[in-house]
Design a protein around this ligand. Structure first.
Ligand SMILES: Nc1ncnc2c1ncn2[C@@H]1O[C@H](COP(=O)(O)OP(=O)(O)OP(=O)(O)O)[C@@H](O)[C@H]1O
Length: 271
């Protein structure tokens, strides 16, 4: 076992964030075999604490989305022990404390932004007054409060992604799962959304983010730890601490520490 597999950054020291002692996600020897016999992941051991930002990198098909779907209670693991927010993934999902953001924005084209972002509250029967208050709060967080009444088609790709993030935040999730959210965006938009996501994560002090990306630069810019996976059947080969303090400014992207961490993660992916 690699020594970095068990290493753990002192999150409080690098981010100034409060951290809890309990794990939000605990995966012990997790495996997943799909009904057609595909062994997607094997022997996955991972613990994510409150307030962490973990990115998952690895070759296509190594089981990253499968891991997220198991954590979200959308597909069952077939071996090992998985606990999310201290209970089973399905139970955790019912508590509305897990939110998902995908690469595709999945907004309702005929609904104004305010109605799109408040949809999870509408489905739960929350009053209109509270929906509007919470909708304004999250649209403000993503810098779109002035666009409450517009339709999704009037927005750029980056703005649509901001709306998806706002909708995910409306339930004040403890755990935010993001599956390649910025994969379809141009580099400039992508970097500005990375900055915004870190700002939001710093404000929502206890929220844990799990983030899938194919982009090593993005993983190193955002994360407290980077989880590196092997080709299928996916296993975790290394978990690399990124012990650079937050807030991480634009300058971080040109610092030697950034380059050396990118190199470390890139090397880990090759082995
Ligand atoms: N419902 C399913 N039934 C059978 N096999 C599946 C199913 N979903 C995924 N797989 C297979 O499981 C493996 C892992 O897939 P998964 O989508 O989790 O990988 P990934 O790392 O997220 O890939 P990518 O980076 O390309 O999105 C792949 O071989 C995939 O074909």
């Amino acid at each position: 076992m690699s020594s970095t597999l068990t290493a753990r950054t002192d999150l409080r020291a690098i981010s100034g964030r409060e951290t809890g002692s309990d794990y939000l996600v605990s995966m012990e020897d997790i495996g997943k075999v799909y009904p057609n016999g595909t062994v997607a992941v094997q022997n996955v051991n991972l613990h994510a604490g409150e307030g962490e930002f973990l990115s998952f990198v690895g070759p296509s098909g190594c089981g990253k989305s499968t891991i997220f779907n198991m954590i979200a209670g959308l597909t069952a693991h077939t071996s090992g022990q998985l606990s999310v927010l201290g209970t089973s993934p399905k139970e955790a999902r019912k508590q509305n404390e897990i939110a998902f953001v995908f690469q595709e924005h999945t907004l309702l084209p005929w609904e104004k932004l305010i109605d799109n972002v408040t949809l999870p509250l509408t489905l739960r029967g929350v009053s209109k007054k509270e929906r509007i208050r919470e909708g304004e709060r999250v649209l403000e967080l993503v810098g779109l409060k002035d666009h409450m009444k517009v339709l999704p088609r009037q927005l750029s790709g980056g703005m649509k992604m901001r709306v998806s993030i706002a909708r995910a935040l409306i339930s004040r999730p403890k755990l935010l799962l993001m599956d390649e959210p910025f994969g379809a965006l141009d580099e400039i938009t992508r970097q500005s959304l990375q900055d915004e996501l870190l700002n939001i994560w710093q404000q929502e002090r206890k929220m844990t983010v799990l983030f899938i990306t194919h982009n090593v630069f993005e993983a190193v810019f955002l994360s407290t730890r980077v989880v590196v996976m092997t080709p299928r059947p996916g296993k975790i080969s290394e978990i690399i601490d990124i012990p650079i303090p937050y807030p991480r400014s634009e300058d971080y992207r040109s610092m030697p520490e950034f380059g050396s961490n990118v190199h470390k993660v890139s090397e880990a992916i090759k082995h």
